[in-house]
Design a protein around this ligand. Structure first.
Ligand code: NAD
Ligand code: ZN
Length: 355
């Protein structure tokens, strides 16, 4: 069976295009009571961007905290706050921030129209009703969350996304200027998330010409950004992120993402840095990619935390292994159908112990 997947229908790209956001949302405001909610990373409180958000009188500005990656309980609380703002539902939900804020915006737009807790919808195609119109304004490039059909959430039992066609944004506003103030380390970690998406997709057994076309271009852009340190690197990384997301949409990620989910489930390690920590021990599986990743790390003058697992209990390590090895498609993409004979619990343990 071939997957018939949904794409973001409207995309605007270019330095300064954020100024058109009001005009883009305008057609959603069908009557004088219509209101929009802006879901904004609180890192922008008091910053220039706050003053540029095109808020109308009845609109809601919902600041979100992303110190922890999005949790189902947080999504449920934010959804209630939005519902309490007015009698009717908002006409638009606009997420402004990195992958975490974009995933929160996606989740809120879905939970406004689907009953119960977001934990009920962690999985594939469990969402019953279309979301409220939702748009993304990424301020950090790499995750591909702006293009994907998932909103990654950590619940009481699992870290699993709300995967559905309804999750896909209706509009994406790609303004590279908005990424100007991302701290150096964060820029590298989230950028490497994109680089790793490409390596895992391009070296995977699920590869096809669709994924290859997007993955090769994204990888080329990542190299221009992190090896050549090109002056237009913000523009390039924004497109690399988008193309990287398109590449994995029709293939899959691999060993690095599988292991990093185990790491972050137990330690709460954020996605970008977690992928870097994991990728650094995978030279056996991605020899060229890991070598290039280390060169990029040197060039950018960034390092990764080490020794994360040395004081962990045996129980925690076993949980990490169980979470990581539960992601069958990722392993099959990386190692083929016979992956279980290669990636044994012992092998996974030895990799975790090097992190
Ligand atoms: P993030 O959104 O968690 O943000 C990381 C840090 O950067 C935060 O402190 C944030 O406040 C700050 N930040 C963001 N933009 C900034 C700016 N312009 N200036 C200064 N600081 C800024 O980071 P991320 O790596 O973009 O996203 C990670 C999240 O995305 C994880 O929750 C992960 O699970 C999720 N994710 C989702 C998908 C998807 O397809 N939905 C794919 C990959 C990852
Ligand atoms: Zn990723």
């Amino acid at each position: 069976m071939f997957r018939n997947f949904k794409l973001v229908p409207n995309i605007i790209f270019g330095r300064g295009c954020f100024a058109q956001l009001d005009e883009i949302i305008e057609p959603r405001r069908e009557n004088s009571n219509a209101w929009a909610v802006f879901v904004v990373d609180e890192v922008f409180k008091g910053k220039d961007l706050e003053g540029r958000i095109p808020l109308h009188d009845k609109d809601m500005l919902l600041w979100v905290n992303v110190d922890d990656e999005p949790k189902t309980a947080y999504v449920d609380r934010l959804t209630l706050e939005v519902k309490d703002h007015a009698d009717a539902l908002p006409c638009a939900v606009i997420g402004i921030g990195g992958g975490s804020s974009m995933d929160l915006a996606k989740s809120i737009s879905l939970m406004l129209t689907n009953e119960g807790s977001s934990t009920l919808y962690q999985g594939w195609d469990l969402i019953q009703n279309p979301a409220v119109y939702h748009a993304a304004v990424p301020t950090l490039s790499g995750t591909g969350a702006e293009v994907s059909r998932t909103a990654v959430l950590t619940g009481p039992e699992k870290k699993l996304g709300l995967n559905s066609d309804y999750t896909v944004f209706d509009q994406v506003v790609l303004d590279p200027e908005l990424t100007a103030d991302v701290p150096k380390e964060q820029h590298f970690y989230t950028g490497m998330d994109c680089y790793i998406h490409c390596i895992e997709s391009l070296q995977g057994t699920y590869l096809n010409e669709f994924s290859k076309a997007y993955g090769e271009k994204s990888l080329d852009l990542c190299r221009q950004v992190f090896l050549d340190q090109h002056p237009d690197s913000a523009d390039k990384l924004m497109m690399a992120s988008f193309f990287g997301g398109m590449s994995i949409a029709y293939s899959q990620v691999g060993a690095c993402h599988a292991l990093s989910y185990g790491l972050s489930f137990v330690l709460g390690t954020h996605h970008g840095v977690g992928c870097c920590i994991t990728f650094d021990v995978l030279e056996e599986y991605y020899p060229e990619g890991v070598k290039e990743f280390r060169t990029m790390m040197d060039k950018c003058g960034v390092d990764i935390p080490r020794g994360l697992t040395k004081d962990l209990s045996q129980g925690d390590i076993e949980t990490m292994i169980t979470v990581a090895l539960g992601l069958d498609p990722l392993w099959e993409n990386c190692l083929g159908k016979d992956w279980k004979s290669v990636m044994t619990r012992d092998k996974a343990r030895s990799l975790f112990l090097r992190m």
